[in-house]
Design a binder for this molecule. Structure first.
Ligand SMILES: [Zn+2]
Length: 167
């Protein structure tokens, strides 16, 4: 039961506030003949302390979350690529980041190579355009245009003349 838990938590926090406040009130009653003034002052002080510590713990949680995000970014930025040494051609696993100049020391010849990236663009499969509201649904599907270059023509098989009948 969630309600029961909430009631228990509420009662506990009320107890945490009220018990010391009432004790202080009794002390005040014995020392100065005042009960309510020390009790209310104690309630106010405990409430302020609780509010401040709650705010601080929330801030700590946010700071921890930010740290986790930074760590996650660092892990994501640490991609590794297998590449050949520029000197001895031995394969090396090299951590790379796109926002810095990437160099690596070869595990075999200890020479330093510079990483050079080359990017190319490729077509992704274009999804069919969904019909706009009000348009007819049965639009013709456009065939993708394929450019054919320098493909040697396959010669058609020569017609085989009919074999002369042997009669
Ligand atoms: Zn090398």
């Amino acid at each position: 039961m969630k309600n029961k838990e909430e009631i228990i938590i509420l009662a506990l926090s009320m107890g945490v506030v009220m018990v010391p406040s009432l004790i202080l009130g009794l002390v005040g009653l014995l020392l100065w003949g005042m009960f309510w003034v020390p009790t209310l002052v104690a309630i106010a002080i405990i409430w302020v302390i609780g509010y401040v510590s709650d705010t601080l713990s929330k801030q700590k949680v946010q700071v921890d979350l930010a740290k986790v995000k930074v760590q996650e970014l660092q892990v994501r930025n640490q991609q590794s690529v297998e590449t050949s040494c520029a000197f001895c051609k031995v394969r090396n696993m090299v951590p790379v980041r796109l926002n810095i100049r990437n160099t690596f020391e070869c595990t075999k010849c200890k020479q330093t190579s510079l990483m050079v990236f080359q990017f190319t663009a490729a077509q992704i499969t274009t999804p069919l355009d969904l019909p706009q509201w009000g348009q007819k649904v049965n639009l013709p599907i456009q065939e993708p245009v394929v450019e054919v270059q320098d493909i040697p023509e396959v010669p058609e098989p020569e017609e085989v003349p009919d074999a002369p009948s042997l009669g």
